[in-house]
Design a protein around this ligand. Structure first.
Ligand code: GDD
Ligand code: MG
Length: 343
């Protein structure tokens, strides 16, 4: 099995902690390991470092390299897209790399994962990966991992579960990426849909066949081989695998991951539940509080003091401070847009 870690995204929903030149996957929020380092670490014991491929872009290459060295994974491969084109081209590039440079077999599982999620505990997650791999190599399906939805979140893909195929895997009846609110509400109410966790497992033969069928522009570029593909990467369309393949593929399965905690850390509000409460607040860093409660405080650079405030998210960095009402952290993107417009 090869592990492909997607680490080229540039989301800014955790501004001011994340920046365009230092996005979420590199952040060390709760301790001294970043989301990317935790992601790679999750597969240790299952594969060797030389079977791991991190796909990023030229701007982030040194962040990836130094973070992998820090955790002793110098032997993993880092490949760079000259320009980000979203996940479908990134996954196509990694698939060709695995085949051509790592000698991946036609029927060997390539397990693709985002680099910026929290998934715990590792042991139970590895048990799910093992089942996913068995199903992928045994049936030739593209296997996704489904999460039981708890609210009609519109930022996720939704997977409609069909007939049971094996132990925990079901046929995917339909895949809908980022539905609107009313569709998302219907999906959650139906009880038949799961959130797509963003992880995909497939064999090179199956992924290339699906690209040929559903994204022929991407497929034709892959036929040029790895080195030419990197050179001509700007010819790739900008599209995620969810839209390019998952919404259209017929042979997909979903493995349900019910007993593992999953959080895509899509906003500061998503971080709240991951930080234990102490004396009424959730704190990463040092806080002195008087009559202040139910706040999330993140700031490891200096002491933070609060008096008489509640339901706030405070994220402190050396050059920017965010103070936001809880429940409204999706609006961080408005701040980022204003800053961009002012540049
Ligand atoms: N190498 C590379 N190049 N990586 C990329 C690129 C790119 O151009 N764009 C995004 N990534 C990485 C991100 O860093 C992240 O780790 C992962 O690919 C997924 O990209 P996101 O941009 O975070 O996708 P999303 O969150 O909107 O949606 C995906 O994840 C959801 C779960 O969190 C989809 O797969 C949804 O269906 C899914 O529900
Ligand atoms: Mg994401």
């Amino acid at each position: 099995m090869k592990i492909v870690i997607l680490a080229g995204g540039s989301g800014t929903r955790l501004f001011p902690l994340s920046r365009a030149d230092y996005p979420k996957q590199f952040l060390k929020i709760s301790d001294d390991t970043s989301y990317l380092q935790k992601t790679a670490g999750r597969f240790l014991g299952m594969v060797k470092a030389r079977d791991m491929v991190i796909v990023t872009n030229n701007d982030y290459y040194y962040h990836v390299k130094s973070q992998m060295s820090e955790i002793g994974l110098k032997d993993c491969h880092i490949i760079c897209e000259p320009e980000g084109r979203n996940t479908a081209p990134a996954i196509a590039l990694a698939t060709v790399f695995c085949q051509e440079k790592l000698g991946a077999r036609e029927d060997e599982c390539i397990f693709v994962t985002p680099s910026d999620h929290i998934i715990e505990p590792v042991g139970r997650f590895q048990a799910v990966v093992k089942k996913v791999r068995e199903n992928c190599e045994g049936t030739g399906a593209i296997v996704t991992i489904g999460i039981k939805p708890v609210q009609p979140e519109t930022g996720y893909g939704y997977i409609m579960c069909g007939a049971q195929q094996s132990d925990c895997c079901y046929h995917v009846e339909a895949f809908k990426e980022k539905p609107n609110k009313s569709l998302a509400e219907q999906y959650v109410a139906s009880g038949r849909y799961y959130w797509n966790s963003g992880m995909f497992a497939f064999t090179p033969a199956v992924m290339l066949a699906e690209l040929a069928k559903n994204a022929s522009d991407i497929y034709e570029l892959t036929a040029r081989g790895y080195d030419e593909l990197v050179r001509d990467f700007q010819e790739m369309p900008n599209i995620s695998l969810d839209y390019a393949v998952a919404e259209k593929a017929g042979n997909m399965q979903v493995c349900l991951m019910d007993d593992v905690y999953w959080n895509d850390v899509g906003s500061f509000d998503a971080i709240v539940e991951t930080v234990p409460e102490e004396d009424g607040n959730r704190v990463i860093g040092e806080l002195v509080a008087a009559d202040a409660h139910d706040n999330l405080i993140i700031g490891r650079e200096r002491l933070i003091c609060t008096i008489g405030v509640s339901n706030l998210i405070v994220a402190d960095t050396p050059d920017a401070l965010l103070i936001c009402e809880k429940g409204r952290s999706q609006q961080v993107k408005e701040i980022v847009n204003k800053l961009k417009a002012a540049e």
